[in-house]
Design a protein around this ligand. Sequence first.
Ligand SMILES: *Cc1c(COP(=O)(O)O)cnc(C)c1O
Length: 222
Amino acid sequence: MSIASNIQYIKTQLPGNVRLVCVSKFHPVEALQEAYNAGQRVFGESKVQEMDEKHEALPKDIEWHFIGHLQSNKIKYIVPYVTLIHGVDSEKLLLEINKQAEKIGRKVNCLLQVYIAQEETKFGFLPEEVLTLFEADKLNELPYVSVCGLMGMASNTDDSGQIKKEFGALKRLFDTIRANYPSVPDSFKELSMGMSGDYVYAVEEGSSLVRIGSAIFGPRLY
Ligand SMILES: *Cc1c(COP(=O)(O)O)cnc(C)c1O
């Protein structure tokens, strides 16, 4: 299967309101160019330097989404051009993004990463911590950050019931926030959940952005 046909196939699986983030980490510029030629314009990367290099090398109408664990000292490199930072997992990181974004006068779109899996290794806010951010109106103190929604990763398991339960819980948290906090902006509308192995369940549970890598490019060569 080619990159183009994999993208085409995945798109037939996605409802019209769900967007595909093509996760291109560890794949060479040539592979991204192939996806670009197939019409793909949204790419997800997990390392700052790698994303910077690809952003330099590839056409300028690409949307770059940062999906990795962002270190504070690297924020400044991506704030000038990044379209969406998916994995913001602490208040400290939000403050730091706001600070770097203010320096260049550009409002940066972020998603709050919520811890939904049963595993120990995944980063993220606890659901209660996210609610507290909205309750305490903390986000209005950050004029250069636009919180556009939530992101989560389900447990790495074959138990589809468990995966759906975790995605369903994230969707309910998302709906609760939208319904209960008057300060929530209109831009709070994205729910980033679903990867190659579980995007079908994520879509069933209400995802708006799926982050898919290996189902497009094949296995990553680390
Ligand atoms: C690598 C990665 C993906 C894509 O994973 P695949 O299983 O290759 O689709 C999605 N989201 C995050 C946060 C990732 O790090």
